[in-house]
Design a protein around this ligand. Structure first.
Ligand code: HEC
Length: 125
C-alpha cells in the first residue's frame, strides 16, 4: 500500500472516530423538545374516574397557585371555556415559563385526568 494512501486511511478513520460521539448524540431524543399531546376525545375527557383523579391533583398541586384563594398575581386565573384540551395538556405536561411541568410527577393518565377536570363542569377554581 502506498504510503500516502495509508496516511489518508488513517486520517479518515480518525475523523470518523471523532465524529462518532456527535452522531450518537444526534440520535438521542431531544430533551428540550416538548412532548406532543395524545388524542383527547370527549369520551376520555368525560370519564368520571379521570375527572375525580384530576380534582385531587388540582387540590394538591394547582389550587395554591391558580385557585380562588391563591395569592393574587401568582398565576393567571384559568378560563377553561377558552382552552382546547391540547392547550391545557401542553401547559400541564410540558410547563411554560412560571408554570411547572408535571410530566415527571404524574403518569400520562393522571395528566389527562387534570385536563379532564379543568375542562369539566365540576371545575371550580
Ligand atoms: C408555582 C405556581 C403554579 C403551580 C403549582 C401551577 N401553575 Fe399553572 N401556571 C402558573 C403560571 C405562573 C402560569 C402562567 C405561565 C405563563 O403564561 O407565563 C400558569 C399557566 C397555566 C395554564 C395556562 C393558563 C393560560 O390561560 O395561559 C394552565 C392551563 C395551568 N397553568 C394549569 C395548571 C394546573 C392544572 C396545575 C396543577 C397540575 C398548575 N397549573 C400548577 C403557575 C402555576
Amino acid at each position: 500500500m502506498p504510503r500516502s494512501l495509508s496516511c489518508a486511511l488513517l486520517l479518515v478513520t480518525a475523523l470518523l472516530l471523532g465524529l462518532a460521539p456527535a452522531l450518537g448524540q444526534q440520535s438521542e431524543p431531544d430533551k428540550f423538545f416538548n412532548d406532543h399531546p395524545p388524542p383527547l376525545p370527549k369520551e376520555i375527557l368525560s370519564d368520571p374516574k379521570l375527572i375525580a383523579r384530576g380534582e385531587e391533583i388540582w387540590k394538591d398541586q394547582c389550587a395554591h397557585c391558580h385557585g380562588s384563594r391563591a395569592y393574587p398575581g401568582k398565576a393567571p386565573k384559568l378560563t377553561p371555556r377558552r382552552y382546547t384540551p391540547e392547550f391545557v395538556w401542553d401547559r400541564v405536561n410540558n410547563g411554560f415559563r412560571g408554570m411547572p411541568a408535571w410530566k415527571e410527577v404524574y403518569s400520562p393518565e393522571e395528566i389527562i385526568g387534570v385536563v379532564a377536570y379543568v375542562l369539566s363542569d365540576e371545575f371550580w377554581p
